[in-house]
Ligand binder design. Structure first.
Ligand SMILES: *Cc1c(COP(=O)(O)O)cnc(C)c1O
Length: 379
């Protein structure tokens, strides 16, 4: 079997093609205006993204990793403060804490949703804990209600890394609908090109519902200055380019439709994997919508099972990827924290058994049907 048309893990060109004229116009206008730093488009994009997310304050910055660092900086935590974060996630959360002299503390995740386990998070809180840094991995919210409650109860901050879940919502027991990234003291996101709302280079943003914190974040992202050459705080140079903002403004109105397309594709994958003898579809938390940054299945934890599946898919013209193959507590950079293999068995098992299959809004029905067929034929 071979695909009806070539399948890519991500097809940015196909996504941009229908918007080419508008993107060209935005590019042209930006070059004409020549206000490349803090031009008008940056503020306009921040307002429009805020409207999309239910009106938090939006502070654009240079990338999603800086956003995490700025979020932590805004908490003024003393060096050595512990920041709880998932044992299974991208390295950026770890990095942001570590470079500020804070201590990344890994916490076990749920084997179904891949997100922070609230009970394990509660158990990890100590008098030195300053923040819980939740990641909404692959596009589904962590248990925001439990984590918000836990943070309140212990007087620590909740930070949300929303790089993969822009537009996702969480419905509380009382029926309130919360937008991912707007529940914590600060939420962060990334416009890395492969993200659900991807730019044309690096970009990021912070969200907060607290106007004073938004002001502080704006200062921190701009050399800690309150006015030109007047530096109140140690900050970063972390701004979203006018050019990126202008181009992102063209893409933002399509985010809803792109998310719906991802959800349709996921539903097709789910149906194909229902009752599959070896592949496990991603687990759902019924309280969270899922924006499917990735569709990530699990293979049985048997030696080389994942390699075999990946090889089989490649042979059928279907690319796939492993997010993420080595948990951060076992990375050489974090050896100084003193963790060893076996301390976070769920995270470690996921690192051995997860595989992400093609997921982007430009996949055709024929391509998705073909991928489903190939997955179903896997024993
Ligand atoms: C992409 C990503 C980041 C980092 O974003 P950059 O813009 O690449 O710095 C942080 N956290 C998660 C979960 C991500 O997926």
């Amino acid at each position: 079997m071979q695909p009806p048309t070539p399948i890519q893990l991500l097809d940015l060109r196909a996504q941009h093609e229908p918007l080419q004229a508008q993107l060209d116009a935005a590019l042209h206008a930006t070059l004409q205006e020549a206000a490349f730093i803090q031009g008008e488009a940056v503020g306009q994009f921040a307002i429009e993204l805020g409207q999309y997310l239910g009106n938090p304050q939006v502070v654009p910055c240079a990338n999603g990793t800086d956003a995490l660092q700025l979020a932590l900086l805004s908490l003024s935590l003393p060096p050595g403060t512990e920041v709880l974060m998932p044992a299974f996630t991208y390295v950026a959360t770890w990095e942001a804490a570590a470079v500020l002299g804070l201590v990344p503390v890994p916490v076990e995740v749920s084997p179904h949703t891949y997100n922070l386990d609230p009970a394990a998070t509660a158990a990890a809180i100590t008098p030195r804990t300053g923040a819980i840094l939740a990641v909404h991995l692959f596009g589904q919210c962590a248990d925001l209600e439990a984590l918000r409650q836990l943070a309140n109860q212990h007087g620590v901050a909740l930070i949300e890394d929303n790089a993969q879940a822009i537009g996702a919502t969480f419905t509380t027991a009382a029926g309130e609908v919360w937008a991912a990234g707007t529940v914590g003291e600060v939420g962060t996101t990334s416009f890395f090109p492969s993200k659900n709302l991807g730019g044309f280079g690096d970009g990021g943003a912070l969200f907060t519902r607290d106007a004073a914190r938004a002001q502080l974040l704006r200062q921190l992202a701009n050399h800690g200055q309150t006015r030109k050459y007047h530096h109140e705080r140690i900050g970063l140079n972390s701004r979203l380019d006018t050019l990126q903002a202008a181009l992102l403004r063209v893409k933002l109105p399509h985010l809803g439709a792109w998310t719906a397309a991802r959800q349709r594709i996921a539903a097709q994958y789910d149906a194909a994997l229902l009752g599959h003898s070896s592949l496990r579809p991603p687990g759902r938390d019924p309280r969270s919508s899922h924006v499917f940054h990735q569709y990530t299945v699990q293979v049985p934890d048997v030696a080389s099972q994942r390699d075999k599946l990946q090889h089989y898919l490649t042979g059928h013209g279907i690319p796939s990827a492993v997010y993420y193959p080595l948990p951060n507590h076992l990375q050489p950079a974090y050896a100084y924290l003193g963790y060893s293999q076996g301390q976070f068995p769920v995270a470690e098992r996921l690192a051995r058994t997860v595989l992400s299959v093609p997921m982007h809004p430009m996949l055709t029905n024929e391509q998705v049907a073909y991928i489903c067929q190939v997955l179903q034929a896997w024993p």
